[in-house]
Design a protein around this ligand. Structure first.
Ligand SMILES: [Zn+2]
Length: 203
């Protein structure tokens, strides 16, 4: 069984509130001893993902997972596996339908932090819950874990890094190879486990 470590929630400078240059991200992913997959989840754009993927082409053994964190009317939702934005207007229902149609998956990020979906997540066909977000309080992460259990959904981890030094503070262990399709299937199946790294300093 193959096992990989992935950071499933990363912003680049293509998010208005983030500073990480895609080149720095790719270099640090390449240099990391164990984390070899990174999902680029900028706010409402896939531009940073496209730049990062282009740069990553010249490296072996790292994977950039396409993604986006959409500010929907009800709160934020992450789509993994899409290189395109869903059609507007952005409601959670339309976004989950878009994801299903396009072999992508949806994750409710930090459900109990600002802009999180909270208990509203229960009303939608979301594929996974972010139960470990590195810039969210332990209490809010714990509540997210309970939500995942209640909904019988997998829990995943993402650093939500907005600058280079915030990268890889947490990771998701995934029973998959570095193939994006396999990674998405494994997340959906729940073959995942969230972990803190030693680098985690915030809490
Ligand atoms: Zn985010």
């Amino acid at each position: 069984m193959e096992l990989i470590h992935a950071d499933l929630h990363i912003h680049t400078k293509y998010s208005p509130d983030a500073s990480t240059d895609p080149k720095v991200l790719v270099d640090r992913l390449n240099a990391h001893p164990t984390i070899k997959a990174a999902a680029i989840t900028d706010h409402n754009t896939v531009e940073g993902y496209l730049k990062t993927k282009e740069l990553a082409k010249s490296y072996q053994d790292i994977t950039i997972i396409p993604g986006v964190e959409i500010t929907a009317m009800e709160g934020e939702i992450i789509i993994l596996g899409t290189e395109e934005l869903p059609p507007m207007p952005w409601t959670i229902r339309r976004i989950t339908e878009f994801a299903k149609k396009n072999n992508a998956i949806t994750i409710a990020p930090h459900p109990y932090r600002g802009y999180g979906l909270g208990n509203l997540a229960k009303t939608y066909q979301i594929d996974a819950i972010e139960t470990l977000n590195a810039i969210t309080t332990p209490k809010a992460n714990k509540t997210a874990e309970t939500l995942a259990k209640t909904m019988n959904l997998p829990g995943v981890a993402g650093s939500d890094a907005h600058e280079p030094d915030e990268l890889w503070t947490v990771y998701t262990e995934i029973q998959a190879s570095l193939d994006v399709g396999e990674i998405l299937d494994a997340i959906k199946k729940g073959a995942v486990k969230p972990f803190w790294t030693e680098k985690s300093i915030r809490f």
